[in-house]
Design a protein around this ligand. Sequence first.
Ligand code: DAH
Length: 339
Amino acid sequence: MLEQLEKIRQEFAEKINEADNVAEVEKLRVAYMGKKGALTAVLRGMGSLSPEERPKIGQKANEIRDYMESIITSRTRELKEKELEAKLASETIDVTMPGTKRRVGGLHPLNQVIDEMKNVFIGMGYEIADGPEVEYDYYNFEALNIPEGHPARDTQDTFYITEKILLRTQTSSVQIRVMENKKPPIKIICPGKVYRSDNVDATHSPIFHQLEGLVVDKGVTMGDLKGTLEIYAKSMFGSDVKVRFRPHHFPFTEPSAEMDVSCWTCKGEGCSMCKGEGYIEVLGCGMVHPEVLRRCGIDPDVYSGFAFGIGIERTAMARFGVTDMREFFENDVRFLKQF
Ligand code: DAH
């Protein structure tokens, strides 16, 4: 039996030297010292030994067990350290390597301007309204006092889907849709795309953006219109700008006006930005025509209102000093990332 024990010890010693990872060492532990292990089997068989043999064999077996345990512990520690070292070496980060550049997108300059405009009007209690870009002739023209054959249609030629359905030429169509669905008080703005069959050049595009505004309530006056739009101008272009209203004509407002803002570049002196005028036109506006109110079921003897339409490209061009409108639609990242 002593021989058998010695053989087990030798065999174990050889195998543990060959084991080159923690899992293999654990396998050996089970194979020798586990419940069904080789050494365990010997220890179990001790009951059948004679009383003289038992202490000798017992001592030897205990020695071997202690030996195995200590070797397993030291070998495991050794191998764990090795594994950690290998892991650290393979995961080394070279901080001097150039990183992967992630390019971050940004808001389009037109959307930046739209957001600013929205903020100004939301601050004055306006709600945001929406309407379709593919629109009925009725909402785009007819209901806004622009019947068939009216000369105002010539300046707003557009793309027709059918004879009665078109791409809207102005966000003013949303005025009608809002008034049909909601009774006063009404206080909305509607930013959106509009279309006209214009040839592309530095100041024209077949698609552009407008921001429409509409207020209808009892006792709304031209004074409210002027005050509101003056606050808008000062918020957008600076508190020191002056505004000027010039009489104009729009079929759906009476009286109608265009609003100019004193040039924020030259402060009204005259420069290339304002083409020497000192003022820059920024929007059309007026008191909602009684006929338009009546058509939407609102009694013009009880209610009155004002409306305005702001050209967004025009505002963005002035704002950012862009001289060619085409830049906004060409999606050239070198242009866009300036904003
Ligand atoms: N819809 C007009 C245009 O496209 C702009 C406009 C003028 C809108 C006066 C209005 C307004 O609401 O009252 O030229």
